[in-house]
Design a protein. Structure first.
Length: 340
């Protein structure tokens, strides 16, 4: 039976699969691919949800029976909250995961079926946890299959990614001494220290990479204190830097900016990466992070997918049907050119 990518995208959207809850969509894909005569492997990913409960989830790896693929297409099954189901009109498909990345899954399956018919050895790897910590990609990286190329799918408007910015996430903590706010001289405000430290952070000149652009910084969360009439004894800010190179100079600048006022703990780092491109194809720079740094054992990486990152993670997430079908053509063309 011919695959309907629009219908498949909607079916995938309608399975709620926010991070840590990917079990049902994994089962759906494993059964679908087995029914379409692919050899399917489940890669268990041990994890606990945010409520502490153990969750049943796994990556799905699928290949043509009896063949070792030269090329593997990969993207993620999980989505960000809140969940909402699918709808469509003549132009587009709507719903959580439409472009990030349920539509990409559908396009990759359709492309691999087309490649199978043309004799190109291609496989698929659909992973969990990309939206939080790349846990699924890390598990997959311990089980490489020897393929030469990895084509990773994220919303790039069907342009090949030249590079993806890295991530450096840190928690900035200031400590102080509680006192009655009428007598501030008896205390030491952690919030005042944190505000000064963050003001210094905002003045840092971040690196710029020619052809890529600047690093960027966002202070995404601030919390602390006890009450308006209490001098705060603790305060915390969480920040994220989008890297365009090694993190060493950025770490040093952050630590210098907050010296004597606060301390920083680095909680996540994803490296800046450059990717293979192809002559004659439009390119872009991904300011967002991907699973590719956690899939280094899966071959030389390329980045491409339908849809716009600007509507991903929003209440207006959508994927143009035209882009969905264009992606199938592009995936097929790229794979053919790589093996040729």
């Amino acid at each position: 039976m011919t695959l309907d990518p629009v219908q498949l995208t909607r079916q995938l959207i309608d399975i709620e699969s926010t991070t840590y809850s990917e079990g049902r969509v994994g089962e759906f894909l494993a059964e679908l691919l087995a029914a379409r005569d692919f050899s399917v492997q489940k890669m268990h990913v041990a994890s606990k949800g945010e409520d502490g409960a153990t969750t049943d989830r796994f990556n799905v790896y699928a290949t043509v029976r009896g063949e070792e693929p030269e090329i593997v297409f990969s993207t993620h099954m999980d989505t960000v909250p809140p969940y909402f189901g699918s709808s469509e009109d003549d132009e587009a498909i709507y719903g959580r995961g439409a472009c990030d990345a349920k539509g990409i899954i559908a396009a990759q399956i359709a492309a691999v079926e087309r490649l199978r018919a043309g004799g190109v050895k291609a496989g698929m790897l659909f992973v969990v946890g990309e939206e939080r910590d790349s846990a699924g990609a890390q598990v997959a990286n311990l089980q490489p299959k020897g393929n030469r190329y990895l084509i990773n799918g994220e919303p790039t408007d069907n342009r090949l990614g030249v590079a993806s910015k890295g991530v450096l996430r840190g928690a900035v903590r200031a400590t102080g001494k509680m006192a009655h706010s009428a007598y501030p001289e008896l205390g030491e405000s952690a919030i005042h220290k944190l505000v000064q430290a963050l003001n210094n952070v905002m003045q840092i000149e971040l690196p710029v990479e020619p052809g890529i652009g600047p690093s960027t910084l966002n202070i995404g969360l601030i919390e602390g204190g006890r009450a308006p009439n209490v001098i705060a004894d603790k305060a915390l800010a969480q920040l994220m830097v989008r890297l365009v190179g090694p993190s060493d100079s950025t770490r040093a600048a952050l630590e210098k900016a907050i010296a004597g006022l606060a301390e920083i703990e680095y909680t996540l780092e994803i490296p800046f990466m450059r990717f293979r491109t192809m002559e004659g194809m439009e390119t872009m720079v991904a300011a967002f992070a991907t699973d590719i740094p956690a899939l280094t054992n899966w071959g030389e990486a390329l980045l491409l997918g339908p849809g716009s990152i600007h509507v991903a993670h929003t209440p207006h997430e959508k994927l143009a049907k035209r882009e969905l079908f264009e992606a199938i053509d592009l995936y097929t063309e790229i794979a053919g050119r790589l093996v040729a």
